[in-house]
Write a protein that binds this ligand. Structure first.
Ligand code: FAD
Length: 303
């Protein structure tokens, strides 16, 4: 199979492709535009959408890395169903749906990732979630290099968790089932999301990867636990807890992955000591960890 619509870069720094602005070089970085390109690459690959949920190792990533941003087509198979390729930005999906007067994914207006990343993480905000409106996804099983369609149930979407991530599948595209609504109603919901983020989250000019840890149980907000612990002043190297939201870690200036990892270690340890919760990371670590990073991350990663 020939690779004809794919860009290939060697030793390319990944920090340009993450919202935290951290990450060493990828040995081989590919930006495919067609399914055939991905099949031709075959096998073990690291997948990065917009890198908005990732801490990428400052030592980089060995082997092949795929950036999904070249997969960005969409179509409407019928009035209320959207089929979209995985690399399209979530914000763009939200804007397309507003123009089409389709409701159900308004929250994507505030999420700086790709739709493939949103499905993998089962992204959500203020009661809306990918799992409520997704119908199916077309995927490549990276172990067999075969294409399958997974139904909503088969995607096993739960709180920042999915079958796709646990079982090494590449999402090519997905179909969403949406509801017709008035432009004004959809725009109002989007304004709510944008306004909430302006008030409560650090601005996008402060590099972060969103929420660092999952909430430990329903109704318990991990940001509030950190706030009670006085985490706002905590720093490790170039990484700092956000002044605006204590569950966000900011790259406050040339932070390395070890700085973020050490800060997460401290946050995790202090919550366990004070509140007894064994927090689970929402951010994903990608690449070649140092031994210290490996030890730290083994404490709060669940696969
Ligand atoms: C400021 C800020 C605010 C945020 N707010 C929210 C929020 O309100 N709600 C929320 O849920 N999240 C939020 N996030 C987190 C993040 O934006 C979402 O999880 C987003 O959907 C991830 O998309 P991505 O393309 O950046 O994925 P990445 O970070 O690139 O990847 C995340 C995971 O998905 C996998 N992946 C990506 N694309 C594919 C694909 N095509 N096939 C298979 N696997 C894939 C990656 O391998 C990785 O495991 C926020 C992040 C930031 C920086």
């Amino acid at each position: 199979m020939s690779i004809n619509t794919i860009s290939r870069l060697e030793n390319h720094p990944l920090k340009e492709h993450t919202t935290l602005k951290i990450g060493g070089p990828a040995d081989e970085l590919y930006i495919p535009e067609k399914t055939a390109d991905i099949l031709a690459l075959g096998g073990e690959t690291t997948i990065i959408g917009k890198g908005s949920n990732l801490l990428v190792s400052s030592k980089g990533v060995r082997g092949k890395v795929i950036l999904t941003g070249g997969l960005k087509n969409h179509e409407f198979p019928c009035d209320t169903r959207l089929k979209v390729e995985s690399g399209l930005k979530s914000v763009t999906v939200a804007k397309i749906l507003l123009e089409k007067r389709l409701s159900g994914l308004e929250f994507l207006i505030g999420i700086p990732g790709s739709i493939g990343g949103a499905i993998t993480m089962n992204s959500s905000a203020h009661g809306q979630a990918i799992e409520h409106v997704i119908e199916s996804a077309e995927v490549i099983d990276l172990k067999t290099n075969k294409i399958h369609t997974l139904s909503r149930d088969e995607l096993e979407l739960s709180y920042r968790n999915s079958f796709v991530e646990k079982n090494r599948h590449f999402i090519l595209s997905a179909v969403f089932n949406l509801k017709k609504d008035e432009y004004k109603n959809i725009a109002e919901k989007m304004d709510f999301h944008v306004d909430y983020r302006k008030r409560c989250h650090p601005p996008l000019t402060e590099p972060s990867a969103g929420s660092t840890f999952r909430n430990p149980e329903e109704g318990v907000y991990v940001g509030c636990l950190f706030e009670e612990l006085g985490a706002k002043s905590w720093k490790e190297g170039g990484a700092a807890v956000s002044e605006k939201h204590c569950n966000f870690i900011i790259n406050a200036g040339n932070a390395a992955s070890i700085d973020v990892s050490r800060l997460m270690h401290r946050m995790h340890r202090r919550v366990r000591e004070e509140f007894g919760y064994d927090l689970i990371a929402e951010i994903r670590y990608v690449g070649s960890p140092t031994q210290e990073e490996e030890e730290i991350w083994s404490q709060f990663t669940v696969r």
